[in-house]
Design a binder for this molecule. Structure first.
Ligand SMILES: Cc1cc2nc3c(=O)[nH]c(=O)nc-3n(C[C@H](O)[C@H](O)[C@H](O)COP(=O)(O)OP(=O)(O)OC[C@H]3O[C@@H](n4cnc5c(N)ncnc54)[C@H](O)[C@@H]3O)c2cc1C
Length: 396
């Protein structure tokens, strides 16, 4: 096996976005402070009262913003960093709605999301002018035991789809499942949101949110924004705003480049590792699932272990070169299910999407916007209510 070169992730996003918006541009863009601190910092904004303020510019926040802006809501999305720079960028991008290992409670939300995905991606592409190609349309999944109702692939069928896959240890079956490169979506979605008229304020952490008679006051370091409603879409950081048991679940990932003609065109996945082809000899490999707090350091030994597992599953990768490696923090709730709720007057939460937030993004956005607009989401969201944690002590 060729020695793996572990490259710490080059921050493609940061390179492409040299000119971040900062507070000076924000003020120049049309907000007028009514009062100032002694050092000139604005304390209250006079213009641009949004109907909805969202903390978190990941997929959940931005997709929900896009749903709300379509019928005419005025929406502001705050992100402490750059939009789409956390879990939503780190993901493998598999829309694994038919994975038999998914919790059954997710099924209806996943099916809704899968139905919405083509139109969602088309809208993002149209608004942003950036393509988000579907990279794979099938997944060969290996399991220790064949799930009920699933037809096993023969060895020759596995080899036709994934040449040289290690078939000894697994029962394989085929899933019709798409994937795209989450980095493509991360480039396109913030641009689409802005083109749709959403105000996306990067590098503006929400500090606190206060409920007031006419809505909410959203406090940031540069001012207070009054809005009609607030949605907590802050991913792994969501418990900053609501007393919810949501914690970061760290995942390491890598991309390997495999020269030569041996290629695989479907996702190859087992409970130990997945290999996701991106085209042109690039393969994304993941993941680890770790409890490491908010630490995002890329650890060489974890990357090498992931690579080793991938080579065990698909031997041609032994000739690959590791090009990029990175980590992300999944927002994990205590039971691994999302938390979608109307927590108090004018306040909502959409978080805890854990391993399936890319899959569940458009569906979550649809039901949250229906709930906010009409008080009537089209799905029964009782499995996702925050009240299920009523007896769970939560520390802020
Ligand atoms: C390694 C890995 C692989 C994955 N693979 C898949 C996959 O293949 N398929 C799938 O469906 N899912 C996958 N997931 C899960 C998916 O990425 C997440 O569930 C999803 O991205 C969560 O989206 P989010 O918008 O809630 O969180 P994030 O994308 O993390 O967004 C939350 C945002 O909130 C911002 N924020 C935090 N605090 C504040 C504050 N105080 N004020 C303002 N902004 C704030 C953060 O900066 C961040 O941008 C994967 C996750 C990881 C880590």
């Amino acid at each position: 096996m060729r020695a793996a070169q572990v490259a710490v992730r080059r921050d493609r996003h940061a390179q492409r976005h040299q000119s971040h918006r900062n507070s000076i541009q924000w003020n120049a863009a049309g907000t007028i402070p009514l009062q100032s601190h002694a050092d000139g910092r604005p304390t209250i904004e006079a213009m641009g009262f949004p109907d909805t303020a969202i903390a978190g510019g990941g997929l959940i926040g931005l997709a929900t913003a896009l749903e709300l802006v379509a019928p005419g809501y005025k929406v502001t999305v705050f992100d402490r960093n750059e939009a789409m720079s956390e879990a939503s960028r780190a993901a493998a991008g598999m829309l694994a709605g038919n994975d038999p290992d998914n919790p059954p409670e997710l099924r209806k939300l996943a099916q809704l999301s899968l139905r919405l995905y083509p139109a969602f991606l088309a809208r993002v592409e149209e608004l942003s002018g950036i393509k988000i190609p579907i990279r794979t349309t099938q997944t060969v999944q290996g399991s220790r035991r064949l799930p009920a109702g699933v037809q096993a692939l023969s060895d020759s069928e596995v080899r036709a789809l994934a040449p040289q896959a290690a078939i000894a240890d697994w029962h394989f079956f085929l899933l019709e499942e798409q994937s795209f490169d989450a980095w493509d979506l991360a480039e396109a979605l913030p641009a689409a949101a802005r083109a749709a008229g959403i105000e996306v304020r990067e590098h503006t952490p929400v500090q606190t949110v206060r409920t007031v008679p006419q809505g909410v006051d959203v406090h940031t370091a540069t001012g207070v924004v009054s809005a009609g409603t607030f949605i907590n879409c802050a991913g792994a950081w969501s418990s900053e705003f609501d007393p919810l048991p949501v914690a970061p679940r760290k995942g390491h990932m890598l991309t390997a480049m495999l020269p030569g003609p041996c290629q695989m065109h479907c996702v190859l996945r087992t409970p130990r590792v997945y290999i996701v082809p991106r085209g042109g000899g690039r393969y994304t490999v993941g993941p680890t699932v770790e409890d490491a707090g908010f630490d995002k350091q890329v650890l060489k030994e974890h990357i090498q272990e992931l690579f080793h597992r991938a080579v065990e599953l698909w031997a041609p990768l032994r000739d690959a070169r590791i090009e990029e490696s990175w980590t992300g923090l999944r927002p994990g709730s205590e039971d691994g299910l999302p938390i979608l709720d109307h927590t108090e007057p004018n306040r909502w939460v959409a978080t805890g999407h854990y391993k399936n937030g890319i899959l569940l993004g458009p569906g979550t956005a649809r039901v949250m916007s229906q709930w906010i607009q009409e008080n009537q989401p089209e799905l029964d969201l009782s499995p996702f209510r925050a009240a299920r944690f009523a007896n769970t002590p939560v520390s802020f």
